[in-house]
Design a protein around this ligand. Structure first.
Ligand code: SRM
Ligand code: SF4
Length: 578
């Protein structure tokens, strides 16, 4: 029988039938004969902040031995604004040793992930996270995910308000079901007939909903990539309100023109006191009108794309009991990674350390896990995770700084001055072996690729260029590739689409430069462009900006679809002519 196009997707049905996200999770946790979950529970677990995965490196050898998959769990801890206390950081470090493959993975959205937690330890790990006053609730699933906030820990009124707003959004948008507490903390399932989810209802949102809060000029969190964002507007040194942006998103499917990555739309301006409500208002439109039958067309960007931004603004006004004013023009955005030493306020400092692809572990290159543990235990400093998969040690006194640098040196953790620009601004998603959607390597391939590229740039006199290089193992866009100067998007093992033309500021999409490129051809593919760039760039012009100039484009590119034409052939003559 033909599928009814208007029928709710399987996940929608699973949500309704789940008794507010309970499903049979508790029963399966208690059943020692099962090493994995099945069916609807696999979807429901995500709302609780965990994904069932299997080690993909072990699939083939295990199959040969007649064994099934080696199941384990990824756990994501939601940390609004990426902020943790010293005690929480040390607890996270200890839990990594006790329950996981041994690393803490900083995500591109200021959260952290654990990989490799076995089912027998799942409940205890999530319980321990909660005992340390953190949560995994809504870190994944069709709800408002971890709320991001610009990372620098400045204590002035503006940054204090930005962080407070992010925290309020996180509390306001958290699911209210008792299921999380029952399953992971009490360990007792209750039969509740009168429980309600006041905002989300039984079907929650059509898909994930990502939110960030920042201040004008500062795009440290890449705010145009999310479903909704607040950009603080400052006048005469005071925060006077927020520009609201909505409908950004970066996932697409190769070959499907109807799927696309999109820079967020400008919605309007609201008072500071209405910021949290504005985020809920955007979510309510999404909840009520978002597509619930095709999950590939369910993100907010498609709703706004299909109905238009004017429709969206009108709907926003209809629902709001506060004023939506016209969007305020803002100065050009900047993206600062805040690595190295910075003043936090009159007395304190903060110090940013680069973490390659966000992976905090001890390996043959660095021992950053041991270094960070020692820094936090000795200096008692706070930690803020950044949207560039790195971290800031916060609240440092002047006396702490020398010791901090000594510890970094002791464990061979590079200071920012020791990094090439290529490495400093690079990111890669986890991909193999944990991500079930990866079609190519990413985090494991990037270290070699980025060093080769960094050396090439250096040899061409381009070492001073501040450029973003990002890699993902599939087109879902987890390391935000489409807004980077250079990006590798996985097609199949060893083969990537190569994008060029975004920029660090995160407000413009790149072009597909070369399709289906073998990773070993990276340098030869980019060389003609790099040569032309070295010869013709203007003062301070980034590679992405230069490429857009070469293409003769005057407008910022706001969308990349799943079916792009490669521009390499188009540009080759221009490159050769130069
Ligand atoms: Fe992502 C799915 C990892 C940021 C778009 N993402 C996944 C999963 C859970 C794979 C899965 O569904 O089975 C990955 C887990 C891999 C693993 O082994 O850990 C995964 N995403 C990540 C992280 C850890 C990448 C990283 O390098 O840090 C990031 C976690 C962020 C967090 O703390 O919440 C992460 N994911 C992103 C971003 C970037 C961002 O938000 O800034 C995007 C693009 C922006 C967006 O959402 O549009 C992103 N992830 C996706 C998508 C595509 C969604 C879409 O609308 O098309 C998927 C697939 C899906 O949801 O079906 C996905
Ligand atoms: Fe997995 Fe693809 Fe996301 Fe990378 S981009 S983590 S391969 S879903």
């Amino acid at each position: 029988m033909a599928k009814d196009k208007n029928a709710p997707s399987k996940v929608e049905v699973a949500k309704v039938e789940s008794a507010h996200l309970r499903g049979t999770i508790d029963e399966v946790l208690k059943d020692p004969s099962k090493d994995a979950f099945e069916h609807d529970d696999l979807q429901l677990l995500k709302f609780h902040g965990t994904y069932q995965q299997d080690n993909r490196d072990q699939r083939a050898p295990r199959r040969k031995e007649g064994l099934g998959k080696a199941y384990s769990f990824m756990i994501r801890v939601a940390l609004p604004g990426g902020v943790v206390t010293a005690k929480q950081y040390l607890d996270l470090d200890a839990m990594a040793d006790k329950y996981t493959y041994g690393s803490i993975r900083i995500t591109t959205r200021q959260a952290i992930q654990y990989h490799g937690v076995i089912k027998d330890n799942l409940r205890q790990t999530i319980k321990s996270i909660n005992e340390s006053l953190m949560t995994t609730l809504a870190a994944c699933g069709d709800v408002c995910r971890n709320v991001m906030a610009s990372a620098p820990p400045f204590t002035d009124d503006i940054y204090t308000q930005i962080r407070a707003t992010a925290n309020e959004v996180a509390v306001d948008m958290a699911p209210k079901t008792g299921a999380y507490h029952e399953i992971w903390i009490d360990g007792e399932r209750q039969t509740l007939t009168d429980e309600v989810e006041p905002f989300y209802g039984e079907t929650y949102l059509p898909r994930k909903y990502k939110v960030g809060v920042t201040v004008m000029g500062d795009n440290q969190i890449d705010i145009y990539s999310y479903d909704a964002g607040l950009i603080g507007i400052v006048q005469d040194g005071k925060l006077i309100g927020y520009n609201v942006v909505a409908g950004g998103g970066l996932g697409l499917s190769h070959g499907r023109a109807a799927t696309y990555a999109q820079i967020a739309y400008n919605v309007g301006f609201v008072a500071v006191s209405d910021g949290v409500q504005a985020i809920q208002n955007v979510a309510s439109i999404y909840r009520d009108f978002g597509n619930r039958n095709d999950r590939k067309h369910a993100r907010l960007k498609y709703l706004i794309g299909d109905k238009g931004i004017q429709w969206f603004q009108e709907e926003f006004k209809k629902r709001a009991d506060f004023e939506l004013h016209p969007f305020k023009e803002i100065p050009a955005v900047k993206n600062e990674d805040w690595l190295g030493l910075h003043k936090q306020d009159d007395e304190k400092f903060f110090y940013g350390v680069f973490v390659e692809n966000g992976r905090i572990d001890d390996n043959e290159k660095t021992k950053c896990k041991s270094a960070f543990k020692k820094i936090v235990s000795e200096l008692g400093c706070g930690v803020t995770f950044t949207a560039q998969q790195s971290l800031l040690f916060t609240g440092l006194s002047k006396n702490d700084l020398k010791r901090l640098e000594e510890i970094l040196a002791e464990f061979e953790v590079p200071k920012v001055e020791e990094l090439s620009n290529a490495l400093r601004y690079s990111m890669a998603c986890p991909a193999m072996p944990t991500c079930g959607l990866a079609v190519a390597e990413s985090e494991r391939a990037m270290p070699d690729v980025i060093r080769e590229l960094g050396d090439k740039l250096e040899s061409m006199g381009l070492g001073d260029t501040k450029l973003t290089v990002r890699m993902t193992g599939c087109p879902n866009g987890c390391a935000r590739p489409y807004t980077a100067d250079i990006a590798f998007v996985g097609r199949r093992p060893g083969v990537y689409h190569l994008f060029v033309g975004g920029r660090l500021e995160g407000d413009r999409m790149a072009d597909l430069y070369a399709a289906d490129m073998k990773v070993e051809d990276t340098i030869s593919t980019l060389e003609p462009l790099l040569k032309k760039y070295a010869a013709d760039r203007t003062d301070g012009e980034g590679l992405g900006d230069f490429y857009q100039r070469l293409l003769g484009r005057s407008e910022r590119r706001l969308r990349v679809t799943g079916k792009e034409e490669a521009t390499f052939d188009e540009v080759q003559p221009l490159v050769q002519l130069g």
